[in-house]
Design a protein around this ligand. Structure first.
Ligand code: PLP
Length: 466
């Protein structure tokens, strides 16, 4: 990969990066607290006011530089203000091309569709069609659920514990996390949530390959048992690596088993690659690791090059929509398509997938080393540049698999200590006890060292505070 230049008039050196930083009370944050709804979330944990960004770095108005390992929740695949994407967007703006035009055909859209088809695995591409949704992952999920119901004439959906699919009514209904569901009655009915293979906290209490076999046997059984009380679902929906659920990746064996079950019972397999798609795991799509194909593929986040865009891809055979049956005003964001095309082009041109595989292996190894230093790191896991550390309470008793309970308080303190030292990380997983890393895909090994140095110091200080 060619060197990513940071020709930015900022001081990126280690002194600045590691300078302890106390979060200041500033008027913009005060006004945000005053005027913005309680629903705001990230600013509560990351109370900064960014006004410049380049590559993996964000600078806030006080001049402090942060390494951004959140990257717009995985959206900024090539980092902030990547020159290649910027130039593409500027050229579109300067051309007076319409910026938004519903779902009308344009040259920009034509190119984007060509670029998306170009990255699809051959067997999926041959018969695929693309659907533009309103520009959020959640809307694309809604569309996928509706399509599955239309195609199969069935109404139930199977999803998984720990799965996250968005915050709209349908998407929330199939999401595992109970807290955003509180107080919301009449979520979508007909949803059944099943155990996901989470080895560190195995839902069957046994872990390993055997747990995956039991899981597959159980799912097959509930679908075939005439007295299971479960009518056949329209779709099974899953993430290949659960992101918000705590960076939990399913094995090839289990995914192939699920694929077989879906085919056996004519259930559509919806693979939600909103977070894992476009190179995040070291392959263009995470399902490629398992050598399976989805019936419906859901993409958002990185596909728009940092701008809002969401699409579905599925076999023409199941394209049973009536015209206009899932519309949305903002399905024609030309700037996002242009940025998306530039992102895909750059990823291929610079072989970013090999880069991701290379640096993520290093990142993972270093995290495993950190685990050997700090027993409060119960588990290191993930795929590609979607990595997580589960922080645990070693003062408590471990379960029968030797896993300690999650430590929400300590993970929160570590997150804050990281922020003070110039590193943005997010929490996820059960009780927010997983520290998540979703850096831009262009992160280098040296930059990973910076991340790990800050993390090391932050964990050390946090343990002494607890
Ligand atoms: C796997 C997955 N699906 C769906 C969504 C929802 O996307 P959005 O927040 O754009 O609605 C997310 C968001 O984080 C996600 O990670």
């Amino acid at each position: 990969m060619s060197e990513i230049e940071i020709d930015y008039p900022l001081v990126w050196d280690a002194d600045v990066l590691h300078k302890p930083y106390e979060i200041i009370d500033n008027p913009i944050l005060n006004r945000q607290n005053l005027f913005e709804s309680n629903v705001r979330s990230y600013p509560r944990r990351i109370p900064i006011v960014p006004n410049k960004a380049k590559g993996i770095y964000i600078k806030d108005i006080s001049g402090k530089v942060f390494i951004d390992c959140l990257a717009g929740a995985g959206t900024m695949a090539l980092g902030h203000n990547h020159e290649y994407i910027k130039e593409a967007m500027i050229s579109l703006i300067n051309s007076d091309h319409p910026i938004h035009c519903l779902d009308l055909a344009t040259e920009i859209k034509d190119q984007f569709v060509t670029d998306v088809f170009n990255i699809l695995p051959e067997n999926f591409k041959r018969t695929a069609t693309i659907q533009f949704c309103s520009p959020s992952g959640a809307d694309a999920i809604e569309a996928a659920l509706k399509l599955a119901k239309i195609v199969t004439g069935r109404s139930n959906i199977l999803s998984f514990h720990g799965g996250f699919h968005g915050m709209t009514h349908g998407a929330l209904s199939i999401t595992g996390n109970l807290s955003p569901k509180k107080g919301i009655s009449n979520l979508m009915s007909g949803v059944m949530q099943l155990p996901y293979p989470y080895h560190y906290r195995c839902p069957f209490g046994i872990g390993g390959h055997e747990a995956e076999e039991i899981s597959l046997h159980y799912i097959d059984n509930i679908l075939s048992d005439p007295e299971s009380g479960i009518t056949l679902p329209a779709a099974i929906i899953l993430e290949i690596v659960q992101g918000e659920g705590g960076v939990i990746s399913a094995s090839k064996f289990w995914l192939q088993g699920i694929r077989k079950i879906a085919t056996k019972y004519n259930i559509l397999l919806i693979i939600d690659e909103v977070q894992t798609g476009i190179g995040r795991t070291g392959k263009m799509f995470a399902f490629e690791h398992a050598q399976i194909s989805p019936d419906i593929l859901v993409l958002s986040k990185a596909i728009g090059g940092g701008l809002p865009l969401a699409v579905l891809l599925f076999d023409k055979k199941i394209d049973k929509w009536a015209s206009g049956a899932h519309t949305g005003t903002f399905r024609g964001n030309q700037l996002a398509m242009k940025a998306g095309s530039a992102t895909l082009e750059f990823i291929l041109k610079e072989d970013i997938l090999s880069h991701v595989r290379n640096v993520s292996e290093y990142f993972n190894e270093r995290l495993i080393y950190l685990k050997s230093l700090f027993p409060v790191i119960g588990d290191v896991r993930g795929k590609g540049l979607m990595l997580g550390l589960e922080i645990v309470n070693i003062a408590d008793d471990p379960n029968n698999l030797g896993s300690y309970p999650g430590n929400k308080e300590l993970s929160r303190i570590i997150q804050q200590e990281c922020l003070k030292r110039g590193l943005i990380v997010e929490l996820g997983g059960r009780n927010s006890s997983v520290i998540r890393f979703l850096p831009p895909l262009i992160i280098t090994k040296d930059q990973i060292d910076d991340v790990l140095n800050i993390l090391h110091d932050s964990i050390k200080v946090s343990i002494s505070k607890k």
